[in-house]
Design a protein around this ligand. Structure first.
Ligand SMILES: Cc1ncc(COP(=O)(O)O)c(C=O)c1O
Length: 397
């Protein structure tokens, strides 16, 4: 019998991507589906970025670039880190990849050995546990609660560390909760990590999308952690460029060297035209980005208020990203003629089938009491969606 890769048979399909595909299919069939599953801004890529890409095409910047990214982009990334994050890198510390997703994967593959442990919190971004498996390592998940604003404490981190701990995978602002760690909270976590042989992979892809005067702080800028932190970022979320696929990792030269080697034998360089567009995004100041963040903040205020009006729902107010993550477990055990709601998946199935509302089950992020709702959509859609959710909940006995 032909057999398949044991390690890949163990890896689950990305649930968020599968759900997006299902929603697209329903829409193509003519169904009036409202999707709140998007992991991407609904804004268009700003004009000045698109122009840079068109210019690159006309200049025939269409060939392979250096595997790690072309020099102008490496320089733009070095400058960005110095300006925004107090992180001082040289070009040899940087690797540009096909999205931050590939950056994280490359780095995990570069530092993990079989049996190593990777610590991260729940709720977590869907891909973390699967990437850890792909790297042959084991996930150690720290649970958090809405009461704790979905953040871990230094005590929890300390407890999770074992002699096998290789990586602390950290994400602020967070997908799916929108939680943002303050500088003081990060300094407290750093106290636990100082002096330990543990790499930190810091996923800062939502850095620019923070509200209420919250400030993003990069854990890698803490002196004692500089050598062991790999900071990951990209242009997908901040510049509405998800389809362009540009992300980057920066840090310890030895780790980046291995990650570069891995990429050189898998995908080679990220798309040359997208790289040229990313240079424009990172080097030209644009008010469009600030406007987008202001729009997200207003929508956040609106959606949190509206959701909290629904009996049985309590929605915490996030301070970053473009998601709300709220508990729906009060509705578990309820039924209609044909469906019994028992968990976050059956809750979302019900909302999709009954009300044509696409929400992402919290179980995809390691929390089965909650669902994630993205507000990267219009007010009309939010209002319509909340009406549908309210109606759907009323039908439950
Ligand atoms: C927390 C987090 N990290 C990384 C990524 C990857 O982003 P990209 O590969 O588009 O750069 C995402 C995308 O949804 C994310 O939510």
């Amino acid at each position: 019998m032909l057999s398949l890769s044991e390690s890949l048979l163990n890896v689950e399909e990305s649930r968020t991507m599968a759900l997006s595909a299902l929603i697209k299919k329903l829409k193509a069939e003519g169904k009036d589906v409202l999707s709140f599953s998007a992991g991407e801004p609904d804004f268009d890529t700003p004009e000045f970025i698109k122009k840079a890409a068109v210019k690159a095409i006309h200049a025939n910047f269409t060939r392979y670039t250096a595997n790690e990214g072309y020099p102008a982009l490496l320089k733009a990334i070095v400058d960005k880190f110095a300006k925004d994050n107090d992180l001082n890198f040289e070009q040899k510390n940087i690797l540009v990849s096909n999205g931050a997703k590939q950056s994280i994967y490359n780095v995990l593959m570069s530092v993990c050995n079989p049996g190593d442990e990777v610590i991260f919190q729940s709720p977590y971004w869907v891909s973390y546990p699967e990437m850890v498996k792909l790297a042959g390592a084991n996930s150690v998940v720290i649970e958090t609660t809405a009461e704790a604003n979905f953040k871990i404490t230094p005590e929890q981190l300390e407890k999770a560390i074992t002699p096998k701990t290789k990586v602390f995978l950290f994400n602020t602002p967070s997908n799916p909760t929108g939680a943002v760690y303050s500088k003081d909270e990060i300094l407290a976590l750093a106290e636990v990590l100082k002096g330990k042989d543990i790499f930190i992979i810091s996923d800062e892809i939502y850095e620019k999308i923070v509200f209420d005067n919250e400030k993003h702080f990069a854990i890698g800028s803490i002196e004692e952690l500089r050598e062991k932190t790999i900071t990951v970022n990209g242009v997908s979320k901040a510049y509405a460029m998800t389809g362009w696929r540009i992300g980057y990792a920066a840090g310890n030269e030895k780790v980046i060297k291995l990650a570069r080697n891995l990429q050189s034998h898998s995908t080679s360089n990220a798309c040359s035209i997208s790289q040229a567009a990313a240079v424009a995004a990172l080097t030209q100041h644009s008010e469009e980005i600030e406007k987008m963040v202001v729009a997200f903040q207003k929508r956040r205020d609106f959606i949190v208020e509206e959701l909290n009006r629904i009996e049985g729902i309590h929605c915490p107010k996030p301070t970053g990203a473009f998601y709300v993550f709220f508990d729906v477990s009060k509705f578990y055990g309820k039924t209609t003629d044909h469906i019994k709601i028992t968990d976050s998946s059956s809750f979302c199935d019900y909302m999709l089938k009954e009300e044509l509302v696409g929400l992402v089950p919290g179980i995809a992020f390691g929390n089965d009491d909650c669902v994630r709702m993205s507000y990267a959509c219009s007010y009309e859609e939010i209002i319509d969606g909340i009406n549908r959710i309210t109606r759907g909940l009323k039908k439950l006995g």
